[in-house]
Design a protein around this ligand. Structure first.
Ligand code: SD4
Length: 302
């Protein structure tokens, strides 16, 4: 195929994540290794308050992380509402490779991580703690979930910076990863779409892969990423498949949909990619042998 290897991921911080993934892909490495290494960049970024260790906490001040990963054989692993472990994507991969299970949650996930040799550590950063205390003064949790932490994003209205990443390696194999701290100041125990296979991420090595970002509840209700992949199987282009998945959300809940953001990103077996979102402002990063730092604005319904 002309365009391989390739890696794409959600939002502008996808550029740095893709570059890390590219180190593996450009050497002929496996897509699975590439996506894990790639999303660990935003997970480790102390300025990123929507993914990984510096993520904003829930309303009880607890940082709970969600992530999942899926490989070319249809294997998958996931952790949800996991505390005290800085790289949820690595734990998700360990669940996939070292257990007969797909998903571990809460303390069971942290316990498993520790058993696998990962360090338990306090994740709440002083900056996140400060923001949480500020939030507590009013403790407003509007149903317009996308507005929640928009104030923390200079110049931006929406702040759904989950990273979803999809890669195809030189052998043509597809893998994906998705990781997030979820909605800032969520109810303790709330789990979004990101660690749910089929919702926040889906890969089918015959067809392609898809991932999502935004208000996870709407993505779960529509099994979004699985829907996108199945539409591509039926012949939709990646962009048209993402658009149809967005339309599905809007059709079912037109009033809610006006107020929220959901974006889908997809790639097919040939390495063609596309995205679509409810609101403008979505973007995705593309990295292949031609360019390592392309940022493409996502098309949108509104
Ligand atoms: C979630 N999809 O937990 C995620 C939200 C997101 O930054 O994209 N957050 O619902």
């Amino acid at each position: 195929a002309p365009n391989l290897p390739i890696v794409i991921s959600t939002w502008d911080f996808g550029i740095q994540a893709n570059k890390e993934a590219w180190k593996t892909l450009s050497k002929g490495g496996r897509a699975l290794d590439a996506v894990e290494a790639g999303v660990k960049i935003p997970e480790a970024d102390m300025k990123n308050h929507t993914v990984g260790r510096a993520g904003y906490p829930d309303r009880d001040g607890r940082v709970t992380l969600d992530a999942c990963i899926m490989d070319e054989f249809g294997n998958c692993g996931s952790v949800a509402a996991m505390e005290d472990i800085a790289h949820p994507i690595t734990v998700a991969r360990l669940v996939m490779e070292k257990t007969p299970h797909v998903m571990l949650v809460g303390d069971g996930a942290s316990q498993f991580a520790v058993e696998q040799g990962i360090k338990r550590e306090k994740l709440l950063t002083p900056e996140s703690e400060k923001e949480w205390k500020k939030w507590l003064l009013k403790a407003e949790y509007s149903p317009k979930m996308n507005i929640e932490n928009a104030q923390h994003r200079p110049g931006g209205k929406y702040n759904h910076d989950t990273i979803g990443m999809l890669a195809i390696d030189a052998k043509g194999n597809i893998s994906g990863a998705c990781t997030t701290s979820g909605m800032a100041f969520k109810l303790h125990g709330r789990v979004g779409d990101s660690p749910i296979i089929g919702a926040g991420l889906y890969v089918d090595n015959e067809v392609g892969g898809a991932t999502s970002t935004g208000v996870g509840e709407e993505v779960i209700r529509n099994v979004g990423s699985f829907l996108v992949v199945e539409l591509m199987r039926q012949g939709y282009s990646p962009e048209d498949a993402c658009k149809e998945a967005v339309n599905r959300i809007i059709k079912k809940k037109p009033t809610t949909a006006k107020e929220i953001q959901v974006g889908f990103l997809a790639i097919n077996k040939k390495g063609e990619y596309g995205a679509y979102a409810i609101q403008e402002g979505f973007s995705f990063a593309v990295c292949d042998s031609k360019s390592q730092d392309t940022l493409i604005p996502g098309k949108s319904f509104y």
